[in-house]
Design a protein around this ligand. Structure first.
Ligand SMILES: C[S@@+](CC[C@H](N)C(=O)[O-])C[C@H]1O[C@@H](n2cnc3c(N)ncnc32)[C@H](O)[C@@H]1O
Length: 213
């Protein structure tokens, strides 16, 4: 079983997603556990302070190292600790496969102007980015990572080989897919897919899968 521990100021952003596929099924089948840790519970004072002004000046506030360190201290059996950061290594399907082989992953979600650099320097194993753009928080990146990893856990997808055939697996982007009707306002489904000729269909699928450079 894989356990995700998520440190966030907004646990409610995760709750709705966890009630839908693939999370719901993975949790019901005992393949996945998700623990949400509200960073506010580790605030330094009764006002709930978790952020401070950056040394050296600058706009906005930065999440402090101490509440994050305290939150990490409460998580048991840590195997991989990951900071969500636009400066991190780009997350991809290969990384998702690597994470799917672990038993525990802690994801730290930044907010505001980011996170005290000592978190990245001393408290995590790696920083991960979901792309070259800036979001307001690490919650959407964390959910994207969690979902892509959960899809790869054996027993989560309907058909065992579904994950293996998807885009990015084996260095290819999946071929285009079509469903009913065969003809929509003159936009037709490629004839070969309606032919029933499995050999030709497989050939077409292969030819229409794009190789990733
Ligand atoms: C507004 S961003 C901080 C941006 C930071 N000031 C900078 O310029 O690099 C707040 C938080 O959102 C998360 N975040 C934003 N974009 C991200 C991305 N592309 N990948 C992963 N996390 C991201 C990180 O946790 C970050 O600490």
């Amino acid at each position: 079983m894989l356990t995700f521990d998520v440190i966030t100021l907004f646990p409610e952003l995760f709750e709705e997603h966890l009630n839908h596929l693939p999370f719901k099924k993975a949790i019901q089948k005992g393949l996945l556990k998700v623990n949400l840790h509200n960073l506010r519970d580790y605030a330094l004072d009764s006002y709930g302070t978790v952020d401070g002004k950056p040394y050296g000046g600058g706009t906005g506030m930065v999440l402090m190292v101490e509440p994050i360190s305290k939150a990490l201290g409460r998580i048991e059996n840590k195997e991989r600790t990951v900071l969500m950061s636009p400066r991190g290594k780009k997350f991809d399907q290969k990384k998702a496969g690597e994470y799917a082989g672990l038993q525990q992953i802690t994801l730290i979600c930044g907010r505001y102007e980011g996170v005290d650099a000592r978190v990245e320097e001393h408290l995590v194993d790696e920083s991960v980015s979901v792309g070259d753009y800036v979001l307001s928080g690490g919650e959407l990146p964390a959910l994207a990572i969690m979902e892509s990893v959960t899809r790869l856990l054996p027993g989560v997808l309907e058909k065992e080989d579904a994950a293996a055939k998807e885009s990015f697996e084996n260095g290819f982007l999946e071929h285009p897919q079509y469903t009913r009707p065969e003809d929509f306002k003159g936009m037709k489904v490629p004839e070969v897919l309606l032919s029933g000729n499995h050999k030709e269909i497989e050939k077409w699928k292969k030819e229409n899968s794009t190789k990733i450079d």
